[in-house]
Design a binder for this molecule. Sequence first.
Ligand code: THU
Length: 161
Amino acid sequence: MASELNIQICIDVLDSAEELNQQERDAMLLAQETANDAYAPYSNFLVGAALVLEDDTMFKGSNQENAAYPSGLCAERTALFAMSAYYPNKKIKLIAVTARRRSEQHFLPAMPCGACRQVMAEYEHKQEEPIPVLLQGPEGKFYRLRSVSDLLPFQFNREHL
Ligand code: THU
C-alpha cells in the first residue's frame, strides 16, 4: 500500500488589528493605504502589499493592470520585484497583503495568487530565512503565516534544480 505524505501548515488567526504587534500593524496599514494607489481600471479590485525590510524600512506595491490583461502584475510581485531591484541585498522581515473593491471601503480577504506565492518562495530561499506573511482575512481578522512555505507547501524551488 502507498504511504502517505502529510504536510501540515500553520496559520495564526488574529481576530482584530489589536492582536497584531506594532510592526505588523504599521505594515498592514501601509498595505491598506497602498491599495488606494492600485492601477486597476479593469477589475476595480485594489490590492496593496507592504514589505518590512531587515532595517525596518518599509516598501510598498499595488496591482498594475493593462489593457492587454496578462501584461499586468499583482501587488505582491510589484512590491517584491521593485524592492529587489532597489535593494538587492536586503532581507525581508514581513510581507503584508490586503485587498478591497473600489466601490467599497471594507477590506477583503487577500489570498496571494499562485504566481505570487512562487515569487515569495524565491526570495525566501534567497535570503535563507523564513519570511512571515500577514494577510487580511475575513471580517476584520488577519491570518499570519510564519513562513512563505506555509503558503506554498510542496513547492518547486532552487533545491530541485
Ligand atoms: N491581484 C493581486 O494584486 N494579487 C493577488 O495575489 C491576486 C490578484 C490583482 C491582479 C488583478 O489586478 C486584480 O487583482 C484582479 O485579479
